[in-house]
Design a protein around this ligand. Sequence first.
Ligand code: SF4
Length: 905
Amino acid sequence: MATTSSVCCYCGVGCGVLVESEGDRITGVRGDPAHPANFGRLCTKGSTLHLTARAEGRLLYPELRATRDAPRRRASWDEALSHAADRFAQTIARHGPDAVAFYISGQLLTEDYYVFNKLARGLAGTNNVDTNSRLCMSSAVAGYKLTLGADAPPACYEDIDHADLIFIAGSNTAWAHPIVYRRIEDARARSPGLRVIVVDPRRTATAADADLHLALEPGSDVALFNAMLCVLITEGFVNRDYIAAHTENFAEVERVARTYTPERAARITGVPAADIVRAARRFGTAGAALSLYCQGLNQSSHGTDNNAALINLHLATGQIGRPGAGPFSLTGQPNAMGGREVGGMATVLPGHRDPANPQHRAEIARLWGVPELPATPGKTAVELFQALDTGAVKAVWIACTNPAHSMPEQALVRRALEHAEFVVVQEAFRGAETCAYADVLLPAATWGEKEGTMTNSERRISRVRAAVPPPGAARPDWEIAADFARHLGRRLGRDALSTFAYRSAEDVFNEHREVTRGRDLDITGLTYGLLETLGPQQWPFPEGAQTGQTRLYADGVFPTATGRAHFHATEHRGVAEDVDEGYPLRLLTGRLRDQWHTMTRTGTVARLFAHEEEPLLTMHADDLAGCGLRDGDLAAISSRRGTAVLRARASKELKRGQVFVPMHWGRGFLSSSGANELMPSAFDPRSFQPELKHAAVRVGPASLSWRVVAYRRLNEDAADTLAVLRAWMGVLDYAALHLFGRDDTCVALDGAARGPLDAKTLAQLDRLLGMASPAALGYEDPARGISKRVLVVSDRLIGARLAGEVAGARWLKEVMRNGMAVGALRPWLLAPIASSATPAAARGRIVCSCIDVSEAEIRAAVAGGARLEELRTRLRCGTECGSCVPELRRLVTEAVGARAARAAA
Ligand code: SF4
């Protein structure tokens, strides 16, 4: 068995992992105790990474189709890349370089990103190279540049240990960055004086755990931050000496802030004026105030202003450049930072340069050995898909991202991909929705199979290492891009042989390193060898440095023309699309604890569905009733752009007038594109980041009275079974797929329709599930539209399909999940039996997925008086990765509150 140190490929915390492998198989993963991002800890997602490292469901060989109507066929790498190069070269020759585009990903390694960027700008001659980081971090980029002069998060994780106040805005850190949250929990346990304030419209796990929760109206962050600044000014908490010595434009910001009195802001934000004052006083009196922020600020049609207004608070109080202080954006994706460093976005050039700056373009052209770089601004993500739709862009190369799920306004994106003349998709997982649109499909290596580097939220560069070779003919992304460049160069008559002659990821890194020389992120002192001996390092790390720089701007000098930080005055603008009579509810979107992005990877692990098995539409209980719904009903949610059907649940997390849908589910696991079907394409004019957090919607009953539920134990054929079920579920008006099981993986289909499906369609489902066997037991009652089938093999239930009457479904699921012997239960398998009436009672939602402890078991324990420590010792929940601990605390607090209420009554 071999052990390879690498990095988790999910969020921007950038945890170090030790990957265990035997031969070409990854067998386990542990947290790396030596990595400074996590010191050995991993969350639920990171600790199950090895379960995602399987050949099933992977793309193994290049495929291409000569025409849109033809099926794709297997091809060699040379044939596939030659075909792609022909089509790209023809498009450039006929329509110019801006008729082609590259849409890449914050999940690529820095080396991959670098080569794609050079391919687009240095060879194809277009700035049309953008990334899914546009959906994630571009407002943070714009906010930093506008105020501090460079896209450089000034703080680091260590600052959590030194802060007196942690101000979390627009981030459910407990779920989206769990290992950062573990560090916050440790700091709170060590320092009882540490206070946590959370700004979020929802009472998330993070908000419920806070000392103060400011539940603002969506889109009102600027008003809140301006009002806090107003209090800081009027109560004398601003640091006039710091402002005078190190900043500019405060007078303008002060003038604007004074107009946002707490009372005015309370009317805009819905946050009580007293709470605004409390928050401001905490900020103003903190010895060190650290802000952590993420998509809640960024994914807004004025995300840059949101960022700038928060940074204004830090500049006004001098809360920056010191231990425990600073505005610290948490990156959503594992290498969004690396992409920003190499210029992997249309709006930036390598080394934090600007494509609109002729000198910067000339510098990069010289370093790359090309005559010039294009001056025409490149299309950012939303613009790029709009241009594909109109035909302005004709050929697109999509790598390591899934826009047919992740982009807003999915109807437009689907249309754009259908209108495109030529689509290349470079991807690891066959199940990614975007693969369906590929004219050329290229198999990419993925986590555990690639060499390179990634940069996490705190500017720390880590080595990513390959533990095993990629399966089939899959190749590293940088290698595919470089090979394509050589093919394209020949057709364009340009020298790509020498400019893309990399032999290894290290060759690419060394070239990238040189591009940073003299820039704010200078890493000319770093090598793969140094990263090997010193471990992960923060930038800047210039030539001659002994170590990276922990935090920035300690000297109060900023990388602006004047050396001063720039206060940026901001006004409240609200949301892009407000509610009205037709669409009276506010849809909020967000992430769940155990899923990642579009589920191409986490959607292959059964235990990651145990916390939330389907995408629930949650809303206040009064709104649920007002929409004519009961808890658990199927609801239709519509915006001006589309409709999705989802199961509705009452939630105490939401204020009246708001609904929440998680962003992970798309057509891979659902009969609609989920939340992103509904979101608008509106974007911030500075950062070009779309408003993925808010849309105006209406909700009502879906009126789908006929149900079908099917379960099937999966073998090696898991990916194939999922694929055929995905294709079949189009016959239903609602369908959701999920996996379940602990040792064995089973798939569940939950579907509904307006009326019964005909016998032929149900028989087709039985065949797809392998249940058409004569050995299957059946029950038919056509008059009542009821049809059931179960398959028992070797006294184990391996499949069940219930249609028209599904009362026994959860019990059957539990029988299958437990793998229990059917034995004497056989006569009951087709009965409409309630789950609680059987020995295998349904356990329901699993809160602790490491130890497999259900919410029901925890509620029973806390109802008996158990507190957190007792839960840990008695049930062992929360003792492994710790991701469930905020929820355990909430369940304990709720039980204590309920007991107190009963006692008072
Ligand atoms: Fe991976 Fe979890 Fe660490 Fe994020 S917090 S990098 S998902 S282990």
